[in-house]
Design a protein around this ligand. Structure first.
Ligand SMILES: Nc1ncnc2c1ncn2[C@@H]1O[C@H](COP(=O)(O)OP(=O)(O)OP(=O)(O)O)[C@@H](O)[C@H]1O
Length: 319
């Protein structure tokens, strides 16, 4: 279930096979398999408690793997954990640095944890691009929520990882910082850093990610290109604005469950999977419907997500 065609294993930035994790009797991640291609921006979505953070914690070695394998650019995270860790940068949801460290000290020390030599030019670039200069000598517990997010992103990138994992990077940040974060992440991605991200902002996932995996109750329930997921819901609708009001829906449209607005000036109907707007308008012309204008609407990722993660679709698997 890879969505987007067969890809040689060597081009995977991340390969997860049959991953499992339980806390006591609760299975948080169940037989998860997926691959992230080199250079992708890949979204891992799911409702609260779906198992996303647990998966991320296993990828980066914070949490022990019960069974299954994770490999980062071909390095098995259990057998060659140092290689895999060095290639991976993680922006966790919470600040995981000593509260008394300053930004400056943390960014200087962090590369050493991965056996990577500190690069002052790269550190300076991150400080400037993430607007950290004024706050360099403040300890962590003096930083605002937004400043902590900026620092967490700089810390995730300071050892120049080739796989960057972002666990809800924009949770609770203002619109300006959100733009800063996403535009910087796009830039980083263009310089050959693969991105795996989780977010509850589905509009952001729709805009950022080439492919998306959706988890629910620890299991993978969908994995495909963003566009294919959007195409999954056949809910394109067309609304006709009429030149003259109607009292009732014409028969040829009522059999398609079209609805008429109270003022009789708008008719809304769902288009079928391969029906074009042009073909539909030809039918309107044939039936002498006085069409003045029209609007079309397509499903967004939020509708697809809700459709897939609601209880009544829990058995559905998309690939
Ligand atoms: N250390 C832990 N001990 C016990 N249960 C845990 C632990 N960590 C996670 N869980 C449980 O595992 C399940 C998956 O949690 P996880 O944090 O991975 O979900 P998530 O998809 O990241 O959710 P969110 O979107 O809310 O961050 C949840 O039921 C959670 O309560």
């Amino acid at each position: 279930m890879n969505g987007g065609g067969i890809v040689p294993v060597m081009s995977f930035a991340l390969n997860i096979e049959h991953l499992n994790k339980s806390f006591g009797s609760h299975a948080a991640v169940k037989d998860l398999s997926l691959s992230v291609e080199r250079g992708e921006i890949f979204g891992l979505l799911g409702p609260n408690g779906a198992g996303k953070s647990t998966t991320i914690n296993m990828i980066c070695g914070v949490s022990r793997i019960d069974s299954g394998t994770v490999s980062v650019f071909g390095h098995d995270s259990q057998k060659h954990c140092q290689h895999a860790r060095r290639l991976t940068g993680v922006m966790h949801q919470e600040v995981v640095t000593d509260a008394f460290f300053t930004i400056d000290k943390a960014l200087k020390m962090h590369p050493g944890f991965f056996g990577v030599k500190s690069d002052p030019d790269w550190r300076q670039l991150l400080i400037e691009r993430l607007d950290l200069s004024e706050h360099l000598h403040k300890p962590m517990n003096y930083l605002s929520g937004g400043m902590k997010r900026r620092f967490m992103l700089a810390k995730a990138l300071i050892h120049k990882p080739r796989l960057l994992i972002l666990d809800e990077p924009t949770a609770g940040v203002d619109i300006e910082l959100r733009h800063t974060i996403w535009s910087f992440i796009r830039e980083i991605n263009q310089h050959d850093t693969t991105i795996l991200l989780t977010t509850h902002y589905l509009e952001e996932a729709e805009q950022m990610c080439r492919r998306i995996a959706i988890m629910n109750s620890g299991q993978l329930i969908a994995l495909d290109t963003t566009q294919a997921l959007l195409n999954h819901l056949d809910t394109r609708q067309i609304t006709l604005i009429l030149d003259q009001p109607l009292n009732t829906v014409p028969h040829w449209l009522s059999v398609r469950s079209a609805t008429l607005s109270p003022d009789g000036r708008q008719i809304t109907v769902a288009l079928t999977a391969d029906e074009t707007v042009c073909a539909f308008l030809q039918q309107c012309h044939t039936h002498a419907l006085p069409v003045l204008d029209l609007e079309t609407t397509s499903p967004n990722l939020e509708e697809v997500f809700l459709h897939l993660t609601r209880g009544d679709n829990s058995g559905e698997v998309l690939s």
